[in-house]
Design a protein around this ligand. Sequence first.
Ligand code: PEP
Ligand code: MG
Length: 537
Amino acid sequence: MKQGKGLPVFSGVAIGPAVVYRKSQRVLPVSSGDPQLEQSKFDAARETARQQLSQLYEKAKAELGEDKAAIVEVQMLMLDDLDYLDGVADAIAGGAAAAIAALDTGESFAQIFAAMDDEYMNARSADIRDMSHRVYDILCGNTGFQLPEGSFLLVAEDLAPSETIQLPRERILAFVTRQGSSSSHTAILARTLNIPSLVQANLPLEDAENCEVLAVDGFTGTWYTDPDPETLAMLKEKQAAAADARFALEAYRGKKSVTKSGKSVLLCANIGSPEDARAALAGDAEGVGLMRSEFLYLGRSSLPTEEELFDAYRTVAEIMGQRPVVIRTLDIGADKQVSYMGLEKEENPALGLRGLRICLTREEIFLPQLRAIYRASAYGNLSVMFPMVASLWELKAAKALCAKVRAELTAEGVETKEVPIGVMIETPAAAVLAPELAKEAAFFSVGTNDLTQYTLAVDRQNAKLGDFYDPYHPALMALLAHIAKSANEAGIWAGICGELGADPKMTETFLKMGFTELSMAPGRILETRKLVCESEV
Ligand code: PEP
Ligand code: MG
């Protein structure tokens, strides 16, 4: 048994096999921005695929006979198919990364074959997929990352949102990363999934790779490889106690979130997908206070269509029924990167083209999202809010686009509802300008993760700055009080949707300040309601 420490970002105990995700094994399929370079990468990968397949063919022929080996031969022929090669070249010329071009072209051909009225051709669809996945894997260096059948603890140096989004969430028992911070998006995902997780863990990747069982204690921030029987028994006991504590909180399910003196607060969930909306209901959320809509854009090779977005928002609206749902518009940039938007690499991405700044400069991206939100508004109780606002003109410009979209839809005969428009307060400028913004906004929701980062000039992603990232800093508290006061004076509501919203040490303070909504990981709602109901405030 070996053991070590990490910074716990969610409590609980997980025990199971470890899977190590090494970035060196996986290169994200991001375009270099140079189509010629991407084409030459594809050509080289095709050559490697050809060599691999010919070795496979010889092996299959020797072991299984020529008949069976013919399957491999078909794939080798597909590698030379001129239509496939043209499709890839066109996608690369259009800005796609070589890996994505190989994969997507393969997928479109596979779908064409699958739709043919011929059994033999239908069967070739799987071969095309196999072949294009092989080229994709070569381009991404995917040689050794394999997931086991059942549940596992995921260990990595670090994880980006575009990576976590592609993981089978329901099978992950815990995250353990050597880097990362408590407000990174991996930590946020861990809280959403209710799984114990450690960041900044001193677990060597080799130890995780070589152990049979990994255990994580999210209460103490300890990891154990191959725990001895005594430790295992202690961990199992803790696991059972945690389950009992969760059970005791069930007494607060369905209750109103009101303090002893009658102050009520709306306890809502932070979600990233329609699937999470079900988790929000399971957690007894009174609404969705933050839908991180950018998660619909991550982990894919092209922009989601208006139709796809509409489907997602409508599903969330329908799942939540009359409960309010706040959709935050696209917040790409900083740690949430997508390859297909053609955004330039920035020296300072957290201070760069991010959130609403992208939307206001790329209307072809923003307008379909707004159309989808307005179309979905007819199916529930939707609000919209903009991230990374720093100036009044940004809010006015975004509101004007909302009005334009709604008018267009009405002219098209599409039913829409009034959608309250709010602002995320996550830049110090927005916090200071709260009284002015409140005249133009229907509500405020404070993004304490970014507000902390920008107020203290401390990168929320940087593990070395942990002690300096202080969300309780007096400067933050002053800004929060000012935001709530400005909202109350203007007669609009203000909530907190950053990670601090679920901090039990802050619940009473927020109520006293005048916040009337707290939005958090669905698994935190019942324990926060207990605090609210027990409070004298
Ligand atoms: C925040 O900044 O507090 C927030 C809620 O948004 P995100 O964590 O997605 O940046
Ligand atoms: Mg933010």
